[in-house]
Design a protein around this ligand. Structure first.
Ligand code: ZN
Length: 353
């Protein structure tokens, strides 16, 4: 039995679902029947022998990793395996990765590590070389369409969403079923037709950043309040008696730590939302390029055929390539912590030029 596995695949390819199914198979007495209590618990994320790790901030720190390594080393509750399913393992800081490496180098006999990351290269070679690699591919448009149709989405809508999401099932489902998400995407795709002068470019940048912030705020509010509430309760707020004052002092520290984590998560959610918008834009210009070159490929925005043709006729392939490169550069700058508005302004100016 290999003690460390690395599931890779682009976002939406279902790498953590695959890892979870594998965990269920390892723990199930019938090899992963999908019906027994054990399989149900793994699917629901409540199995006592599966530690689910999902970094929700910008990075996963060394302290968290050390705690995890300790927990992972404990004996399994039900006697088979102790499984750590580590989503987005690429978000480990360097020190965290070192702590993780030690655990993988000298694994406890009953512990199995399932790491998930977009690409194998996202992890340090030292870790990668000790893992057995499971590579998932991006599903084709037809496959994503079929899944959505089975879930009751009308065929036309399913196909449009599948094309727009470029193989990302979760995103396709969102676009097909959530009016607000579809509206936001449409708003983003108005940018190419609109940015012609300096003023328009700057306004478009401000609107893109504002929309990303609004999207992440909506999620953040939903997540933050219950967490703060749970923490307060855990530290006995509202009760009285001996020891409560001490507990509350400890609670203040924990609350600060929670707020730090929430802030980091909010930053990441905004960044993710902005990145989705940038990928939508890149897909749009890729369509423009395909039209300019007369390439017979699936267009992500085939419903916007007329617009695409207009834009394709108004510029040359070299302009389009330059614009796509500007988008990719902007994504890199955001990933490297550039101020979002500045980076996006630079982008929309490049799109206008
Ligand atoms: Zn089972």
């Amino acid at each position: 039995m290999t003690h460390a596995w690395l599931f890779t695949g682009p976002p939406g390819s279902g790498r953590s679902l695959a890892a979870r199914a594998f965990a269920a198979a390892l723990l199930c007495e019938r090899g992963g029947c999908g019906e027994c209590p054990s399989c149900h618990q793994v699917a629901a994320g409540t199995h006592a022998d599966v530690l689910l790790v999902r970094p929700d901030g910008l990075s996963y720190g060394v302290k968290q990793t050390r705690d995890l390594v300790l927990k992972a080393a404990a004996a399994p509750v039900y006697g088979r395996w102790r499984i750590v399913l580590f989503e987005d393992a690429d978000r480990c800081t360097e020190q965290a990765a070192n702590a993780l490496l030690k655990a993988i180098e000298e694994p406890s006999p009953r512990t199995v590590w399932l790491l998930c990351a977009p690409y194998a290269d996202d992890l340090p070679t030292t870790i990668r070389s000790r893992c057995r690699l499971v590579t998932l591919v991006t599903p084709r448009t037809a496959a994503v369409t079929e899944v959505l149709e089975r879930e009751g989405v009308p065929p036309d809508r399913a196909r449009a969403a599948a094309l727009a999401a470029q193989g990302h099932i979760g995103r396709a489902r969102r676009l097909a079923t959530d009016e607000e998400a579809a509206r936001r995407r449409a708003e983003v795709l108005r940018v190419p037709g609109r940015v012609s002068g300096l003023g328009e470019a700057l306004r478009a940048a401000a609107a893109l950043v504002k929309a990303a912030k609004a999207e992440s705020d909506a999620t953040t509010d939903e997540l933050d309040a219950p967490e703060r509430e749970a923490l307060r309760r855990a530290f006995g707020e509202g009760s009285s008696g001996k020891g409560v004052a001490t507990a509350l002092r400890g609670g203040a520290g924990a609350l600060r730590e929670l707020e730090e984590r929430q802030k980091s998560r909010a930053t990441r959610l905004t960044r993710d939302s902005l990145d989705r918008a940038l990928l939508d834009l890149a897909g749009y210009y890729r369509d423009v390029l395909a039209v300019q070159l007369g390439a017979s490929v699936e267009l992500a925005n085939e419903a916007r055929d007329v617009e695409l043709r207009q834009l394709a006729a108004a510029s040359g392939p070299a302009d389009t390539v330059r614009r796509i490169e500007a988008i990719m550069r902007c994504r890199q700058r955001l990933e490297a912590n550039a101020a979002p508005l500045l980076a996006v302004e630079e982008l929309t100016l490049a799109l206008a030029g």
